[in-house]
Ligand binder design. Structure first.
Ligand code: HPA
Length: 270
Protein backbone atom coordinates (compact mmCIF):
# COMPACT_ATOMS: atom_id res chain seq x y z
CA UNK A 1 0.00 0.00 0.00
CA UNK A 2 2.91 2.34 0.74
CA UNK A 3 4.00 2.20 -2.90
CA UNK A 4 0.48 2.81 -4.19
CA UNK A 5 0.08 5.84 -1.94
CA UNK A 6 3.43 7.26 -3.07
CA UNK A 7 2.56 6.64 -6.73
CA UNK A 8 -0.75 8.48 -6.35
CA UNK A 9 0.90 11.32 -4.43
CA UNK A 10 3.56 11.71 -7.15
CA UNK A 11 0.90 11.79 -9.86
CA UNK A 12 -1.12 14.46 -8.06
CA UNK A 13 1.94 16.54 -7.18
CA UNK A 14 3.16 16.45 -10.78
CA UNK A 15 -0.29 17.36 -12.08
CA UNK A 16 -1.03 20.18 -9.62
CA UNK A 17 2.24 21.28 -7.96
CA UNK A 18 0.01 21.96 -4.98
CA UNK A 19 0.71 21.32 -1.28
CA UNK A 20 -2.53 21.24 0.73
CA UNK A 21 -2.42 21.76 4.50
CA UNK A 22 -6.10 21.18 5.19
CA UNK A 23 -8.08 18.18 4.01
CA UNK A 24 -11.87 18.24 3.91
CA UNK A 25 -14.13 15.23 3.37
CA UNK A 26 -17.62 16.27 2.33
CA UNK A 27 -20.56 14.17 3.41
CA UNK A 28 -24.00 13.60 1.90
CA UNK A 29 -25.66 16.84 0.87
CA UNK A 30 -22.65 18.93 1.90
CA UNK A 31 -20.75 19.00 -1.38
CA UNK A 32 -21.37 22.67 -2.20
CA UNK A 33 -18.65 23.65 0.29
CA UNK A 34 -16.37 23.57 -2.74
CA UNK A 35 -17.99 26.88 -3.82
CA UNK A 36 -16.07 28.50 -0.94
CA UNK A 37 -12.77 27.34 -2.42
CA UNK A 38 -10.84 29.43 -4.91
CA UNK A 39 -10.34 26.37 -7.04
CA UNK A 40 -6.96 25.83 -8.70
CA UNK A 41 -7.26 22.20 -9.80
CA UNK A 42 -10.00 19.59 -10.04
CA UNK A 43 -9.07 15.94 -10.41
CA UNK A 44 -11.95 13.50 -10.98
CA UNK A 45 -11.38 10.28 -9.04
CA UNK A 46 -11.54 8.37 -12.30
CA UNK A 47 -8.32 10.09 -13.44
CA UNK A 48 -6.33 9.45 -10.27
CA UNK A 49 -4.25 6.27 -10.24
CA UNK A 50 -5.23 3.76 -7.53
CA UNK A 51 -8.31 5.75 -6.53
CA UNK A 52 -11.62 3.91 -6.19
CA UNK A 53 -14.57 5.54 -7.98
CA UNK A 54 -17.66 6.85 -6.22
CA UNK A 55 -21.05 5.22 -6.81
CA UNK A 56 -23.50 6.86 -4.39
CA UNK A 57 -26.14 9.35 -5.41
CA UNK A 58 -25.36 12.84 -4.16
CA UNK A 59 -21.60 12.24 -4.27
CA UNK A 60 -19.74 13.71 -7.19
CA UNK A 61 -16.31 12.18 -7.06
CA UNK A 62 -13.40 14.58 -7.41
CA UNK A 63 -10.47 16.00 -5.51
CA UNK A 64 -10.68 19.79 -5.45
CA UNK A 65 -7.51 21.79 -4.79
CA UNK A 66 -7.53 25.47 -3.95
CA UNK A 67 -7.41 28.21 -1.36
CA UNK A 68 -9.64 29.39 1.44
CA UNK A 69 -8.46 32.69 2.90
CA UNK A 70 -4.94 32.02 1.66
CA UNK A 71 -4.83 28.48 3.11
CA UNK A 72 -4.15 25.54 0.83
CA UNK A 73 -6.99 23.04 0.93
CA UNK A 74 -7.85 19.75 -0.72
CA UNK A 75 -11.48 18.66 -0.57
CA UNK A 76 -12.89 15.25 -1.35
CA UNK A 77 -16.15 15.80 -3.12
CA UNK A 78 -17.72 12.41 -2.45
CA UNK A 79 -16.33 9.76 -0.17
CA UNK A 80 -16.14 5.98 -0.31
CA UNK A 81 -18.38 3.95 1.98
CA UNK A 82 -17.78 0.44 3.19
CA UNK A 83 -21.38 -0.48 2.29
CA UNK A 84 -20.65 0.23 -1.36
CA UNK A 85 -18.41 -2.83 -1.37
CA UNK A 86 -15.02 -1.16 -1.01
CA UNK A 87 -12.52 -2.66 1.37
CA UNK A 88 -11.51 -0.56 4.36
CA UNK A 89 -8.17 -0.01 2.64
CA UNK A 90 -10.01 1.53 -0.33
CA UNK A 91 -12.36 3.57 1.88
CA UNK A 92 -9.40 5.17 3.65
CA UNK A 93 -6.94 5.36 0.75
CA UNK A 94 -7.66 9.06 0.03
CA UNK A 95 -6.80 9.94 3.63
CA UNK A 96 -3.40 8.25 3.23
CA UNK A 97 -2.87 10.22 0.05
CA UNK A 98 -3.88 13.51 1.69
CA UNK A 99 -1.36 12.96 4.46
CA UNK A 100 1.53 12.52 2.02
CA UNK A 101 0.38 15.46 -0.08
CA UNK A 102 1.01 17.53 3.05
CA UNK A 103 -2.31 17.61 4.90
CA UNK A 104 -1.91 18.06 8.66
CA UNK A 105 -5.50 18.78 9.63
CA UNK A 106 -8.50 16.82 8.44
CA UNK A 107 -12.08 18.07 8.58
CA UNK A 108 -14.72 15.39 8.13
CA UNK A 109 -18.42 15.99 7.64
CA UNK A 110 -21.37 13.64 7.47
CA UNK A 111 -25.11 13.22 7.79
CA UNK A 112 -26.35 11.15 10.70
CA UNK A 113 -29.43 9.95 12.51
CA UNK A 114 -29.98 11.49 15.93
CA UNK A 115 -30.80 9.34 18.97
CA UNK A 116 -30.11 11.99 21.60
CA UNK A 117 -33.61 13.16 22.67
CA UNK A 118 -32.45 16.79 22.63
CA UNK A 119 -31.51 16.64 18.95
CA UNK A 120 -33.75 17.71 16.09
CA UNK A 121 -33.51 17.48 12.32
CA UNK A 122 -31.08 20.06 10.97
CA UNK A 123 -28.99 20.24 14.15
CA UNK A 124 -25.24 20.59 13.76
CA UNK A 125 -23.14 18.36 15.99
CA UNK A 126 -19.42 18.61 16.69
CA UNK A 127 -18.23 15.03 17.07
CA UNK A 128 -16.04 14.73 20.16
CA UNK A 129 -15.75 10.95 20.18
CA UNK A 130 -16.92 7.91 18.28
CA UNK A 131 -17.85 4.29 18.83
CA UNK A 132 -16.58 1.97 16.15
CA UNK A 133 -19.05 -0.80 15.36
CA UNK A 134 -18.04 -1.22 11.75
CA UNK A 135 -17.49 -4.89 10.87
CA UNK A 136 -13.90 -4.48 9.69
CA UNK A 137 -11.09 -2.39 11.15
CA UNK A 138 -9.10 -0.27 8.67
CA UNK A 139 -5.83 -1.04 10.48
CA UNK A 140 -6.34 -4.82 10.51
CA UNK A 141 -3.36 -6.65 9.04
CA UNK A 142 0.38 -6.11 9.03
CA UNK A 143 1.24 -2.64 10.26
CA UNK A 144 3.46 -0.41 8.13
CA UNK A 145 5.43 1.75 10.58
CA UNK A 146 6.03 4.32 7.82
CA UNK A 147 2.38 5.31 8.22
CA UNK A 148 2.14 5.00 11.99
CA UNK A 149 2.32 2.72 15.03
CA UNK A 150 0.67 -0.68 15.44
CA UNK A 151 -1.37 0.41 18.45
CA UNK A 152 -2.93 3.80 17.97
CA UNK A 153 -3.97 5.90 20.94
CA UNK A 154 -7.61 6.90 20.52
CA UNK A 155 -7.90 9.04 23.65
CA UNK A 156 -8.57 12.18 21.63
CA UNK A 157 -9.55 11.18 18.09
CA UNK A 158 -11.20 14.57 17.54
CA UNK A 159 -9.02 17.56 18.43
CA UNK A 160 -10.30 19.36 21.51
CA UNK A 161 -8.51 22.48 20.36
CA UNK A 162 -10.26 22.46 16.99
CA UNK A 163 -13.61 21.88 18.72
CA UNK A 164 -12.98 24.83 21.04
CA UNK A 165 -12.11 27.10 18.11
CA UNK A 166 -15.14 25.89 16.15
CA UNK A 167 -17.35 26.65 19.16
CA UNK A 168 -16.06 30.18 19.27
CA UNK A 169 -16.80 30.49 15.56
CA UNK A 170 -20.36 29.17 15.99
CA UNK A 171 -21.02 31.68 18.78
CA UNK A 172 -19.76 34.52 16.61
CA UNK A 173 -21.93 33.34 13.73
CA UNK A 174 -24.96 33.00 16.01
CA UNK A 175 -25.27 29.32 15.08
CA UNK A 176 -26.39 26.80 17.68
CA UNK A 177 -24.20 23.69 17.75
CA UNK A 178 -24.16 20.57 19.89
CA UNK A 179 -21.48 18.10 21.01
CA UNK A 180 -21.92 14.44 20.42
CA UNK A 181 -20.66 10.90 20.14
CA UNK A 182 -21.02 9.33 16.69
CA UNK A 183 -21.52 5.61 16.34
CA UNK A 184 -20.43 4.05 13.06
CA UNK A 185 -22.40 1.16 11.56
CA UNK A 186 -21.96 -0.54 8.22
CA UNK A 187 -25.36 0.25 6.67
CA UNK A 188 -26.68 0.49 3.99
CA UNK A 189 -29.99 -0.07 5.78
CA UNK A 190 -31.09 2.68 8.11
CA UNK A 191 -31.49 1.36 11.64
CA UNK A 192 -34.53 -0.47 12.96
CA UNK A 193 -36.15 1.21 15.95
CA UNK A 194 -34.49 -1.40 18.16
CA UNK A 195 -31.12 -0.64 16.62
CA UNK A 196 -31.60 3.09 17.22
CA UNK A 197 -32.40 2.22 20.84
CA UNK A 198 -29.23 0.11 21.00
CA UNK A 199 -27.19 3.04 19.68
CA UNK A 200 -28.62 5.24 22.43
CA UNK A 201 -28.09 2.60 25.15
CA UNK A 202 -24.48 2.24 24.03
CA UNK A 203 -23.95 5.91 24.83
CA UNK A 204 -23.90 7.52 21.39
CA UNK A 205 -25.83 10.62 20.30
CA UNK A 206 -26.00 9.93 16.59
CA UNK A 207 -25.39 7.13 14.10
CA UNK A 208 -24.08 6.97 10.58
CA UNK A 209 -22.34 4.86 7.97
CA UNK A 210 -19.06 6.70 7.43
CA UNK A 211 -16.36 8.82 9.08
CA UNK A 212 -15.04 6.31 11.64
CA UNK A 213 -12.65 4.51 9.23
CA UNK A 214 -11.23 7.77 7.83
CA UNK A 215 -10.72 9.19 11.31
CA UNK A 216 -8.96 6.05 12.54
CA UNK A 217 -6.58 6.14 9.59
CA UNK A 218 -5.97 9.86 10.03
CA UNK A 219 -5.10 9.30 13.68
CA UNK A 220 -2.83 6.40 12.68
CA UNK A 221 -0.81 9.04 10.79
CA UNK A 222 -1.14 11.60 13.59
CA UNK A 223 -3.32 14.04 11.67
CA UNK A 224 -5.41 16.45 13.70
CA UNK A 225 -9.11 15.78 13.11
CA UNK A 226 -12.32 17.80 13.33
CA UNK A 227 -15.67 16.05 12.76
CA UNK A 228 -19.01 17.72 12.08
CA UNK A 229 -22.35 16.01 11.60
CA UNK A 230 -25.76 17.18 10.45
CA UNK A 231 -28.72 15.42 12.02
CA UNK A 232 -30.93 14.46 9.10
CA UNK A 233 -33.43 12.24 10.86
CA UNK A 234 -34.40 11.18 14.37
CA UNK A 235 -34.22 7.54 15.38
CA UNK A 236 -36.79 7.00 18.09
CA UNK A 237 -40.14 5.27 18.66
CA UNK A 238 -41.78 8.67 19.15
CA UNK A 239 -40.68 9.93 15.80
CA UNK A 240 -41.52 7.13 13.44
CA UNK A 241 -41.10 8.64 10.05
CA UNK A 242 -40.06 7.10 6.82
CA UNK A 243 -36.46 8.04 6.19
CA UNK A 244 -35.16 8.01 2.67
CA UNK A 245 -31.88 9.00 1.13
CA UNK A 246 -33.66 11.98 -0.48
CA UNK A 247 -34.81 13.23 2.91
CA UNK A 248 -31.31 12.83 4.30
CA UNK A 249 -29.95 14.92 1.43
CA UNK A 250 -32.66 17.58 1.88
CA UNK A 251 -32.07 17.93 5.61
CA UNK A 252 -28.31 18.08 5.11
CA UNK A 253 -28.69 20.72 2.42
CA UNK A 254 -30.81 22.92 4.72
CA UNK A 255 -27.99 22.99 7.29
CA UNK A 256 -25.31 23.24 4.62
CA UNK A 257 -24.79 27.04 4.59
CA UNK A 258 -24.04 26.96 8.32
CA UNK A 259 -21.75 23.95 8.07
CA UNK A 260 -19.95 25.58 5.16
CA UNK A 261 -19.49 28.77 7.16
CA UNK A 262 -18.11 26.93 10.17
CA UNK A 263 -15.63 24.87 8.14
CA UNK A 264 -14.48 27.91 6.19
CA UNK A 265 -13.89 29.99 9.31
CA UNK A 266 -12.16 27.10 11.04
CA UNK A 267 -9.71 26.81 8.16
CA UNK A 268 -9.04 30.54 8.25
CA UNK A 269 -8.84 30.98 12.01
CA UNK A 270 -7.38 27.76 13.42
N1 HPA B 1 -28.69 6.08 10.21
C1 HPA B 1 -27.52 5.83 9.61
N2 HPA B 1 -26.95 6.65 8.77
C2 HPA B 1 -27.55 7.82 8.52
C3 HPA B 1 -28.75 8.15 9.13
C4 HPA B 1 -29.35 7.24 10.01
O1 HPA B 1 -30.44 7.46 10.59
N3 HPA B 1 -29.09 9.37 8.68
C5 HPA B 1 -28.10 9.77 7.82
N4 HPA B 1 -27.16 8.83 7.74
Amino acid sequence: MWEKVQETVSYITEKTGFTPRYGVILGSGLGSFTEDIEIEHTLPYSEIPNFPTSTVEGHKGALIFGKIGGNNVVAMQGRFHYYEGYSMTEVTFPVRVMKFLGVEKLIVSNASGGVNPFYKVGDIVYIYDHINLMPEHPLRGKNDERFGPRFVNMGEPYSRKMIAKAKEIAVNMGVDVKDGIYLGLQGPTFETLSEYRMVKVLGADCVGMSTVPEVIVARHMNMEVFGISVITDIGSEDAIEEISHDEVLLAAQSAEPKVRGIIKELIIKY
